[in-house]
Design a protein around this ligand. Structure first.
Ligand code: E4P
Length: 216
């Protein structure tokens, strides 16, 4: 399973990349706004900087919602760098745009996916990635990871090539469960990635080894 970091914060992207286990980055309009990135020129510059930091797929989300504008915006985003993945919302014009991008060799990430039916449509349109939002499903008292398992089963049975990108990850356990459920990629906040490191027995064991090492 690949690890993407889910942020537009350059320091966090660098910290995750320095770990050596990072495969890519996802952003969305909320994450860009959180970093104070405003205006087309600054948005493009920020994506360029992320592409310089990480050598892997970088999802950049379109802000348009009608077919013609999604295509125009997606082409501009894709032109920034060969690693840019055009992120398109799961709406009717989004599906049409995904198919257009597929037919024109532009890689895509279908976002805001909350059901297996939506995931089937994204795969039919040839999306490179489909992004089910695990945490937001959990917030409604359903089990988001169950959706990952369901999509993984359908894609495997049907031979769909779209990769399952588990999004809206809230903790380290989400990452472990998504790996078990068959996600191809998990996009995670830095805290969730670092959460995988934690175990008190590791800390206790290391303290003892270092203490005993003084007697060596
Ligand atoms: C990433 O592609 C998604 O936009 C992101 O994971 C959503 O996460 P959130 O539900 O924590 O906002």
């Amino acid at each position: 399973m690949k690890f993407f970091i889910d942020t537009a914060n350059l320091a966090q992207i660098k910290e995750a990349n320095d770990l050596g286990v990072l495969d890519g980055v996802t952003t969305n309009p909320s994450l860009m706004a959180k970093e104070g990135i405003k205006g087309e020129a600054n948005i493009i510059k920020h994506y360029e900087t992320i592409c310089e930091l990480v050598d892997g797929p970088i999802s950049a989300e379109v802000l348009s919602t009608d077919f013609a504008s999604i295509i125009e915006e997606g082409k501009k985003l894709a032109a920034i760098h060969p690693n840019i993945i055009v992120k398109v919302p799961m709406i009717k014009d989004g599906i049409k745009a995904l198919k257009w991008f597929t037919d024109n060799g532009i890689k895509t990430n279908c976002t805001l996916v909350f059901s297996a039916g939506q995931a089937i449509l994204a795969a039919k349109a040839g999306a490179t990635y489909v992004s089910p939002f695990i945490g937001r499903i959990d917030d409604t008292s359903w089990d988001g990871v169950e959706l990952i398992a369901q999509i993984a089963q359908i894609y495997s049975l049907q031979g769909f090539k779209t990769e399952i990108l588990a999004a809206s990850i809230r903790n380290a356990l989400h990452i472990v469960r998504c790996a078990e459920a068959g996600a191809d990629v998990c996009t995670c906040p830095l805290d969730s990635i670092l959460g995988l490191l934690k175990h008190p027995l590791t800390d206790i064991g290391l303290a003892k080894f270092l203490e005993d090492a003084k007697k060596m």
